[in-house]
Design a protein around this ligand. Structure first.
Ligand code: DAH
Length: 353
């Protein structure tokens, strides 16, 4: 074959290959095309192999032309592959499988449980007034949970606390251990272990034998407070708890104290704040049930019998104590209507705080 013929063949090969490539619109077709022209037995490969026996001058001319064709076909191949890839992406996007404008998936962030948050807030309020936070045992002796708090056996006041007893019987056939029904026993532990002045705050879990409903749980948190010193009066109690109410529920809160009975305080009081939802108006308010007031805790002056019980001189020392339900404070503050939500572990609830 003459050089001219060879060059013409190459030209025809190039034209045919590019035409074929244009007609190859799938990944498979393009691959077939590559094999047909540039594979080991491909048409162009054979032309290149056929250069070997040519005279050097001829080989130079035909070789250069063949290499040009090869480069052109390679370029065409790359272009066809790109076009197929972007067409596929486009199709996927149109089917909605990839929306590159969507924001990334958020990594879920943990947060503090609402009970933990309210406990910290309550503690912070009293710490700012000089109280120290202490914790105590959840399994308690009858002695501390009741006796030392002026709640003797067979006294009707015991009915105020439905108790979960620990299955342990002593020599007298009594069950002396229980899951503490309140945090008040820590008043006794604290006084037994320290001398006045005392200002402690006790957050902790309590347990009661309760039928569960929207406002009762068999497991809940209380925060207890105790201040004992020379010359402590009811005015100190009122001032301290008033400040607490304002820190937690707003600077314009009013407070109301009414007589109540708890065996370990004398006099005892129930403290209420004016309703922050209806501003004390009452009428039709769900938060205060139309009364304009919300009870938030029990309090009182430490009963002299309790002080004497731990060996304090009640003519020298006086004190006040208070106790509140932590979930109840959170329910009021955040408008939660069912105490059972605190333990349901429902992220739709927990994620709101
Ligand atoms: N321990 C009481 C209860 O569980 C609450 C309480 C009332 C605590 C009056 C006090 C107090 O310290 O002074 O119902």
């Amino acid at each position: 074959m003459t050089t001219d013929n060879l060059l013409r063949n190459l030209e025809e090969l190039q034209a045919k290959a590019l035409d074929d490539l244009k007609a190859s619109s799938s990944q498979e077709a393009v691959e077939q095309w590559r094999v047909a022209y540039m594979g080991r037995r491909g048409e162009l490969t054979q032309v290149l192999r056929g250069l070997a026996p040519l005279a050097p001058e001829e080989r130079r001319i035909v070789g250069a032309a063949a290499n040009k064709v090869k480069a052109l076909l390679e370029e065409g191949l790359a272009g066809a592959e790109d076009a197929i890839k972007s067409a596929a992406l486009q199709a996927m996007a149109e089917q909605g499988r990839i929306d590159v404008t969507l924001p990334g998936r958020p990594v879920p962030l943990g947060r503090l449980h609402p009970t933990t948050q309210i406990l910290r807030e309550i503690c912070a309020a009293f710490v700012s007034m000089g109280f120290q936070v202490v914790e105590g045992p959840e399994v308690e002796w009858d002695h501390y949970n009741f006796e030392m708090l002026n709640i003797p056996k067979d006294h009707p006041a015991r009915d105020m606390w439905d108790t979960l007893w620990v299955d342990h019987v002593d020599e007298q056939g009594e069950r002396p251990m229980l899951l503490r029904t309140h945090t008040s026993p820590m008043q006794i532990h604290t006084m037994e272990n320290t001398e006045p002045p005392i200002r402690v705050l006790v957050p902790g879990k309590c347990y009661r034998y309760e039928a569960t409903d929207a406002t009762h749980e068999s497991q809940f948190y209380q925060v207890e407070g105790l201040a004992v010193d020379e010359g402590i009066t009811f005015a100190d109690l009122k001032g301290t708890l008033y400040e607490f109410a304002r820190l937690l529920f707003g600077a314009d809160r009013k407070v109301r104290f009414r007589v109540d009975y708890f065996p370990f305080v004398e006099p005892g009081a129930e403290m209420a704040i004016d309703c922050f939802a209806c501003k004390g108006e009452g009428v039709g308010c769900r938060v205060c049930k139309g009364t304009g007031w919300i009870e938030i805790m029990g309090a009182g002056m430490v009963n002299p019998k309790v002080l004497e019980g731990v060996g304090y001189d009640s003519s020298k020392y006086t004190g006040f104590a208070f106790g509140m339900g932590a979930e109840r404070i959170a329910m009021l503050k955040y408008g939660i209507e069912d105490i059972r939500l605190f333990h349901n572990n429902d992220l739709r609830f927990l994620g709101q705080f």
